[in-house]
Ligand binder design. Structure first.
Ligand code: KIV
Length: 261
């Protein structure tokens, strides 16, 4: 059954947790969808985990459209959300509506996500009035990395609660809570009627999201405290690739079963 906004609201009401993950391409989107993930976010984290950038700032609208199209092709049921990249919604309402509209018109996504609280509530309002559902994103917002002075946990309770209420009031259908203490996330979740989706925000949110390549063990190096690795695909891929190289070098591959007579 396709996941819709009313379905997400119902899940919150019934206390059923929402499982969300990011994806950037067709094969992973298929695996996520076939396993019943509720939301697939085509995150601008593509800039880090796929493009190898230090942060999400260089990601462009055209790149997001490209990845979101690939993801949508692999999805039958999950809600696909396209992430609005840096400078695609900050420079003016018309540009923001136009870019948000591109996700729905060109990619098969059914909603967009954008970062910011009270400061962008007028943008959220304008986009939702154009019949484009918006997921908000507050707390640690990676597009503000320079303003925040790094990826820092956000602890200003009054500001976070105000941001959450403002984005709900503006019409957001859901809000991502990133990098905030679990007790503040619990208060926000309690205070809002829209579902909260946490990443580094503790267990009391209505749902959770992780970056796929982090939780699949595809990223070597530093792992944030909130990331749990559910698989080690990097190791599995390394084993397969080194076995292939050895077999080619020894002349073991291709065997008779891989040849045409
Ligand atoms: O870009 C992204 O992957 C995100 C999630 C971390 C919520 O914004």
């Amino acid at each position: 059954m396709p996941i819709t906004i009313p379905k997400l609201f119902q899940m919150k009401k019934e206390g059923k947790k929402i499982a969300a993950l990011t994806a950037y391409d067709y094969p992973f989107a298929r695996i996520l969808d076939e396993n019943g993930v509720h939301i697939i976010l085509v995150g601008d984290s593509v800039g880090n985990v796929i493009q190898g950038n230090a942060n999400t700032l260089p990601v462009t609208m055209d790149e997001m459209i490209y990845h979101t199209k690939m993801v949508s092709r692999g999805v039958a049921n999950a809600m696909v959300i396209g992430d609005m990249p840096f400078m695609s919604y900050q420079t003016g309402i018309e540009t923001a509506i136009f870019n948000a509209g591109r996700f729905l018109k060109e990619t098969g996504a059914s909603a967009v996500k954008l970062e910011g609280g009270a400061a962008v509530s007028h943008v959220i309002k304008a986009i939702t009035r154009a019949s484009i559902p918006v997921q908000a994103h507050i707390g640690l917002t990676p597009q503000s990395i320079h303003q925040m002075g790094g990826h820092k946990v956000q602890r200003d309770e009054d500001r976070l609660l105000n941001d959450a209420k403002e984005v709900e009031e503006a019409g957001a259908f859901s809000v991502v809570l990133e990098g905030i203490p679990l007790d503040i996330a619990a208060k926000i979740t309690e205070a809002l009627s829209i579902p909260t989706i946490g990443i580094g925000a503790g267990p009391h949110c209505d749902g959770q999201i992780l970056v796929l390549h982090d939780m699949m063990g595809l990223n070597p190096g530093h792992k944030a405290r909130f990331v749990k690795a559910y698989a080690n695909l990097r190791e599995s891929a390394s084993i397969g690739i080194s076995d292939y190289i050895k077999e080619v070098e020894k002349g073991v591959f291709p065997g008779p079963e891989h040849c045409y007579s």
